[in-house]
Design a protein around this ligand. Structure first.
Ligand code: CND
Ligand code: ZN
Length: 368
């Protein structure tokens, strides 16, 4: 079949939207009609060449849609079923899946690193040239082919554009608080970087009753949005020192938990410095490939610090994603409020421009 898709032809260039040829789903694969795709900074890292990628590739890793067709061997999904894309396809059986850490499962790794399906071929082509897959998903396209293991079936009542955000930003941000750490009521939290993912760390912290919830960013609009999602204190780090502001709010100790949601060694250092002795600094942001962090090990030891990363919020995807949707239904998790702007596929470079300028909470590519 033919469908329109947004491709990265080479790093550093804008995406190109064109009609591509899509092969039918092969064994264990599913053809999905994409309904909505979130515009995440991770895609931007690849567009800018900060992370390695086989190109040309159809980008997009946060999205939802409906099953159009299933390949041989897929018996538990039907055409029409609403599905969420999982950018870490997981087998459900290995050690990591069994201990509730499916994002660490290696099932989808060969596809992610080669940009090709298990048979070594791509399902996307442009004028006879292979176009690669991206992060097991490639949802910046009207239709995409993914392994069955990169999908979770969605309940029928969740609007697909809202659900799309659960594919990355919500699960990563809320999971960082509920699963990567176990923040307790009354514990102090700093969220450094309040974009689409950071706002979800803020709402996760509000959900568990953290206090204070200090939102820090260089963009006042992001801080205003963070306040709407539950931040109790705001720090514009262009205007004042983060350490000073955090010190004032924590008796000079620093926060119990600091989440870095930008992906820069310098801001990771800032978040670390704003964490109290015995506290936990969590790296949520993705730093450019090759970035290094230097750590003075003696104070690290003496101050008994924890520094950790979280991938996909460290959640148990098949257990926690239904829980997050349940919390949305109950009004405890905000999804409607996260989308500030919708774009068509043709406007995708505008959507990334808006992300770079800090003009959106989460932008969403809406397919008709
Ligand atoms: P987005 O661009 O929406 O947010 C970044 C925020 O950081 C913006 O509000 C900026 O204003 C703010 N910011 C930038 N520089 C600074 C600075 N020096 N000081 C303070 N604030 C600053 O990005 P996003 O929310 O989509 O993604 C954030 C990061 O999270 C990004 O690196 C992305 O790749 C990563 C991520 C990680 C995971 C995971 O599994 N851990 C999943 N998805 C995305
Ligand atoms: Zn993402």
């Amino acid at each position: 079949m033919r469908a329109r898709a947004a491709m990265l032809m080479e790093p550093g260039k804008p995406l190109e939207v064109d009609e591509i040829e899509i092969d039918p789903p092969q064994h264990g694969e599913v053809l999905v009609r994409v309904a909505a795709a979130g515009v995440c900074h991770s895609d931007l890292h690849y567009i800018l060449g900060e992370l390695p990628l086989v190109t040309p590739a159809v980008l997009g890793h946060e999205g939802a849609g409906r099953v159009e067709a299933v390949g041989p061997g897929v018996s538990d999904l039907q055409p029409g079923d609403p599905v969420l894309f999982i950018f870490r396809a997981f087998c459900g059986q290995c050690y990591y899946c069994r201990i509730g850490r499916p994002a660490l499962c290696d099932y989808g790794t060969p596809i992610r690193t080669s940009g090709r399906m298990f048979d070594g071929k791509t399902r996307f082509h442009l004028n006879g040239r292979d176009i690669h897959h991206f992060l097991n998903v490639s949802c910046f396209a009207e239709y995409t082919v993914v392994p069955r293991q990169a999908l979770l079936k969605l309940p029928a009542d969740i609007p697909l554009d809202r659900a799309a955000l659960v594919g990355c930003a919500v699960t990563t941000g809320v999971g960082a608080v509920l699963r990567a750490t176990r923040v307790q009521p009354g514990e102090s939290v700093l969220v450094l970087g309040c974009g689409g993912v950071g706002l979800n760390v803020v709402q996760g912290a509000a959900l568990v009753g953290a206090w204070p919830i200090i939102a820090a960013d260089i963009n006042p609009q992001k801080l205003a949005w963070a306040q709407e999602l539950g931040a109790t204190h705001l720090v514009n780090t262009r205007e004042r020192s983060l350490l000073e502001a955090v010190g004032e709010l924590t008796d000079g100790r620093g926060v119990d938990y600091a989440f870095e949601v930008i992906g820069h060694p310098e801001t990771i250092q800032q978040a670390y410095a704003a964490t109290r002795k015995g506290g936990t600094t969590v790296i949520v942001g993705l730093a450019p490939a090759g970035s290094q962090l230097s750590l003075d090990l003696l104070p690290f030891f003496r101050e008994e610090r924890t520094l950790k990363a979280t991938l996909y919020g460290s959640v148990d995807l098949p257990r926690d994603i239904p829980l997050f949707l349940e919390l949305y239904r109950a009004g405890r998790l905000k999804l409607d409020e996260l989308i500030s702007q919708r774009f068509s596929l043709d406007e995708i470079n505008l959507a990334f421009q808006a992300l770079r300028e800090g003009a959106v909470k989460r932008g969403v590519i809406a397919f008709s």
